[in-house]
Design a protein around this ligand. Structure first.
Ligand code: TYD
Length: 205
């Protein structure tokens, strides 16, 4: 059974770069690595992308339910699911997982947190990660990076205030999951130099 590694952080926190460095490092050591992300490319994932790009507007409960549906398919798909890869001995690295649902939807103030928690942690099809890295970056730097590198601003990237709220939401969620649910979560100061961050991550892996 392979290990299941999740990366979380605000948009623009540098997850993609760190995932690339980690996956290449593990591959160079001879490990089989499968890199994946949420929302996925499934029909539900594509619907979510429309909501995120703000071309359609949907209720927060519906968003939470769609992310959940996308996640169940992501884990259980018999050909390309996370569980299949883990069973085949791959290390699975996933860009975002239920920590995002708990922070973005659960802590949005627009839907009940305990409901989102129960949907995700109470579903026995949804696997618990072996480790979650939270890349903590100053929301202002994230917003600057997004504005520099993207043409379209997504739903949860609209303002520094919103991103600051999400960051606070993440802090509450990660602390709860660590203390009450025994999750293995490592917060990384991702304002640091890219090489120092990757060294820190590899040390934990
Ligand atoms: P992101 O990592 O930014 O992907 P990309 O760089 O391809 O745009 O994730 C997309 C957005 O989805 C991000 O703003 C957070 C949001 N999201 C949720 O709100 N809830 C969730 O459960 C997940 C997985 C993502």
């Amino acid at each position: 059974m392979g290990k299941f590694i999740v990366f979380e952080g605000l948009d623009g926190s540098g997850k993609s770069s760190q995932i690339e460095i980690l996956s290449e490092t593990l591959r160079s050591r001879g490990e089989s690595v499968y890199v994946t992300a949420e929302p996925t490319d499934s029909v539900t994932g594509k619907y979510l992308r429309q909501i995120l790009s703000q071309s359609i507007e949907k209720d927060m409960h519906l968003q939470a339910a769609l992310f959940l549906a996308d996640r169940i398919e992501h884990v259980t798909d018999p050909q390309n699911g996370i569980k299949k890869y883990l069973d085949d001995g791959y290390t699975v690295i996933c860009d975002r997982y239920y920590y995002s649902s708990l922070a973005y939807q659960g802590k949005s103030g627009k839907c009940d947190f305990d409901w989102v928690l129960e949907l995700n942690l109470g579903c026995d099809k949804i696997l618990k990660p072996d480790i979650c890295f939270f890349l903590d970056v100053n929301p202002k730097s994230c917003k600057n990076r997004i504005d520099r590198t993207r043409d379209n601003v997504e739903l949860y990237e609209k303002s520094v205030e919103l991103m600051d709220n999400t960051r606070r939401g993440f802090a509450e969620v990660l602390s709860l999951l660590k203390k009450e649910y025994g999750h293995n979560i490592v917060c990384i100061d991702a304002n640091d130099d890219i090489d120092n961050i990757s060294k820190e991550i590899i040390k934990h892996v």
